[in-house]
Design a protein around this ligand. Structure first.
Ligand code: FMN
Length: 155
């Protein structure tokens, strides 16, 4: 039996919806990443902070306690697209945790940027020695279910 985890970051809830949909079909464990310093409320405020972090390649510290990842065969990693890339908190997550031996299955949300456009920044965050399996931009429950079925990731 395979064991899987969903780790995701979500500010306004779209990636949370995607993560919970994936959970429905995979029965994975699930963890929402929270930054040590909360983002301000209100779109214009938090988008300003987020874009600044992207420009600065900031190190965004994580408050959430992350378990030993070796117990998981698959780790779904979900993120909103920020400035065409993975948000900086995703870089911290990969830098601070040992993903070796697990397969990372990424999923993104965005207004318009494709998953493929975020792949370069994701690979840079993941680093060498960790395999990335496929990946997709979440656009609804049916699409996510079809994707998971195609890759035999439903339980
Ligand atoms: C700082 C910031 C930068 C963003 N950059 C992009 C972008 O480059 N391309 C895009 O399509 N959407 C962009 N968005 C929109 C988000 O990716 C989109 O609304 C996402 O689904 C939000 O996910 P969440 O509700 O889980 O936080 C950006 C949003 C923020 C706050």
């Amino acid at each position: 039996m395979t064991k899987s985890l969903i780790m995701y970051f979500s500010l306004s809830g779209a990636t949370k919806t995607a993560a919970e949909t994936i959970r429905k079909y995979t029965h994975s464990d699930i963890i929402r990443l929270e930054p040590k310093t909360p983002y301000p409320t209100g779109y214009s405020q938090y988008s300003k902070v987020g874009m600044q972090q992207m420009q600065d390649k900031a190190n965004v510290a994580i408050k959430t306690k992350i378990p030993d990842l070796h117990q998981y065969d698959y780790i779904f990693v979900g993120y909103p697209t920020w400035d065409g890339q993975v948000p900086r908190i995703i870089n911290t997550m990969f830098a601070e945790n040992d993903f070796s031996g697990s397969c990372v299955v990424p999923f993104s949300t965005s207004v318009s940027t494709s998953f493929e456009d975020t792949l370069g920044s994701l690979k840079a965050a993941v680093g060498d020695g960790v395999s990335i399996v496929g990946g997709f931009r979440y656009s609804g429950e049916g699409q996510a279910r079809d994707y998971l079925n195609t890759y035999n990731l439903t339980d």
